[in-house]
Design a binder for this molecule. Structure first.
Ligand SMILES: NC(=O)c1ccc[n+]([C@@H]2O[C@H](COP(=O)([O-])OP(=O)(O)OC[C@H]3O[C@@H](n4cnc5c(N)ncnc54)[C@H](OP(=O)(O)O)[C@@H]3O)[C@@H](O)[C@H]2O)c1
Length: 192
């Protein structure tokens, strides 16, 4: 598939590595005029939004109608001093859907450290890709992409489940950086 990745930082480049290895094509968009957001978003059949949450509104304005009808993967964590900027009654995923009402927003990959995104695994273990969205077909597309990278995808229901997925990241950041365990950590769902 053609994937337009908005944001060329840790997450954008890590997902690009995983997706191109799996045979997908990637084009970046960021604030560099040589790689405009609109061009990447228009070209992509799927869009990944991987910018800081504080820049979501600006990035969404630059994407505009280019996202209409397309699966748009929201990877953002609404990190704020001492916790999360939104939660309980909304989530970054739902706010992204409000910013781009005609996009088919799917929350995914936000619980994974960028360093683990190119393979979707830690050693021999596949990490779980927790995936939430209201549009069934868009969610299935994202689950396939996650599986192509090497993740074990898990359908977490509607987009409002992003309210649960975003705090998971606050926990893993705490473990990695405050408890000093580092980024060789990831979530795996076990089922009996
Ligand atoms: N790092 C992780 O391990 C990790 C894991 C899961 C989720 N996340 C989430 O993923 C998102 C990206 O994180 P990151 O670590 O990749 O950040 P990062 O390394 O700082 O990269 C952010 C990218 O966004 C671009 N950008 C900033 N404002 C923009 C705008 N208005 N329009 C277009 N591009 C813009 C920046 O490029 P220019 O300055 O060139 O525009 C940069 O390439 C964040 O929301 C974060 O919470 C991060």
């Amino acid at each position: 598939m053609r994937i337009g990745i908005i944001g060329k930082g840790h997450v954008g480049t890590a997902l690009s590595t995983g997706l191109t290895k799996a045979g997908h094509e990637v084009k970046f968009g960021h604030r560099d005029p040589k790689e405009p957001v609109k061009a990447a978003a228009s070209w992509g059949e799927v869009i990944i939004l991987a910018v800081p949450y504080s820049e979501a509104r600006n990035a969404a304005a630059a994407i505009g109608a280019a996202a209409d009808g397309k699966p748009l993967i929201d990877v953002m964590n609404p990190l704020a001093q001492g916790g999360l900027a939104v939660g309980f009654t909304t989530s970054a995923g739902e706010e992204t859907q409000r910013l781009l009402p005609k996009a088919r927003v799917v929350k995914a990959f936000n619980t994974v450290f960028a360093v683990n995104m190119p393979t979707g695994s830690l050693g021999a273990e596949r990490l779980t890709a927790f995936i939430a969205g209201d549009d069934k077909a868009a969610k299935e597309t994202v689950m396939r992409l996650a599986s192509d990278i090497g993740f074990d995808p898990l359908d977490c229901g509607p987009l409002r489940s992003a309210r649960y997925l975003e705090p998971m990241t606050a926990l893993i950041i705490h473990l990695a950086f405050e408890q000093g365990k580092g980024t060789g950590l990831g979530f795996k769902m076990l089922t009996a």
